[in-house]
Unconditional design. Sequence first.
Lengths: 80, 555
Amino acid sequence: MDIKSMKNYLYWLYCQFELITCSYLMEPWEKLLFYTFNITMLVMVLYTAYIFVSVHISTAFQFFLHLLGNQHENTVSVVK
Amino acid sequence: MANPSAVCNGHLHHHHHHQKQNNILKSGIYKKNGITKGIKKNGISNGTLYKKKFVEHFEQAPMYVAVFTFLGFGVGTIFGYLRDFMRAWGLEKRNIATEREQQKDFVPLYQDFENFYTRNLYMRIRDNWNRPICSVPGPQFDLMERVTDDYNWTFRFTGRIIKNVINMGSYNYLGFAETDVNALKTVTIELQKYGTGICSTRQEMGTLDKHVELEKLVAKFLGVEDAMVFGMGFATNSMNIPALVGKGCLILSDELNHTSLVLGARLSGATIRIFKHNNIQSLEKLLRDAIIYGQPRSRRAWRKIIILVEGIYSMEGSIVRLPEIVSLKKKYKAYLYLDEAHSIGAVGATGRGVVEYFGMSPDDVDVLMGTFTKSFGAAGGYIAGKKDLVDFLRTHSHSAVYATSMCPPVAEQIIRAMKCVMGLDGTTQGLQRVRQLGKNTRYFRRRLHEMGFIIYGNDDSPVVPLLLYMPGKIGAFARRMLEKNIGVVVVGFPATPITESRARFCVSAAHTREMLDTVLNALDELGDFLHLKYSRYSKSSHPELYEETRLELED
């Protein structure tokens, strides 16, 4: 039952997305174009997040430790 | 004039206090700068001008709705440009009007926003408008089914007829659009006596005894000296305003006036100034400026100042603030033209329009105009007022001189409908219809408010606009309601502001409680599915509490 209501909820969310972005009104080829564009942008954003955000977070983490504790004076690897 | 306390919103005690007070106030003791020095009830300023509570709602939707609406229009516009590009470069067939090859260097005809919008956004949901019906537009009607093979550029009829679609779109307020043989007996007799064509104008040979009878009846119905009827409601406004005002006169017109009033005002050649919708401060400022500064360059006094307002505004469902406007007009000596197209027959204790609804005398309004299309199930319009005014219009109006007069069976339909409403046919059917309309209106609006939709307009107006906002939902709403066998009218950009598209319901006295319940249940379901319940003030959390405190006179 939970799966069914989950699926209904997801379908409802998809319908809302269609209505809000007017893709409900588009012809099939326009929908294809629009969804391809959207999915491409989303994938690119996620990929960028995956590659860069973890590096940024670890850099920021080490920077703040350096600021607070002054424990890594001899590390040369952190250059910013 | 019937006693307005006969049908009240349940505020009986409130009303009696005001009745006595207003009788004193009406005799003119209170006039000083237009501000009443009477007792203020509940601290409402101008509470003494209004006998009943004047409650109007114009709730604004939450911010995310506006953001999503713009997002939807943005995506639609981008795809519109894409399609236009494809059409211009020949990648797609052009279905809509374009200029000819030889005219490519001329001034472009179809580049403005209206044409862009029509080509790219309106065409996608065009199947929700211009639907042909094939029965009388009573509380239910039959619809011809049509399908499209090329995304709404062309339609074809399948031959099937969808039966008994509940009609929430026709202006059938008192339910006189009926085919009952007993009701139409006199109309049939007149049809056989006079035929259908008049073949002449009023001033030549087109004035029949039916017209004289109808005009006397309209004057009696409204409580004025004389009236004149015309064959077409739109033409009544657009052809008579030029006869009443001309160059050197000033027209103060409400922001949301109907196109017929705007056209009449523009045709007259007078100066037009617009005041904010139903906003008395804006109107007063314009009046003061007009009297202080006079005409633009010569600084002479204006020959005439006329205020154009409507009784009920059909896109908002709001009722005009008549008592305040009349007090302003008396103070600044202007004229008032009241267009009661939607309010005659639909508001007021006995159906005589907004003048009766506010308990005022028809002498306060200089020109009373109305149409017979909405509440009387016929066609045509009237202008009523003092005898001098109507005699002037009989000779000087374009409609009287050039337009064909009303045809006799239609005149007879108006006569029988009006006699029914006035009670002159010996039954109380007319009064029952007016009361049924009031009950239906209040019930429908209350339930919609409780469900959480955003509804515009006054609590007593039978026109109920339900806000949809997003362009994608306009098409979805109309199509799904038709699948559930309910016919609604949705309105989008040119008639409403671009971000406030709406579905407009017209409640009728002919709707039974079951029909309204069917519609309300369908709206409830659809509101949840399309997520239309934006109101932040819905009372649906404790319905049992409101049952007890409601003072509705429900039988």
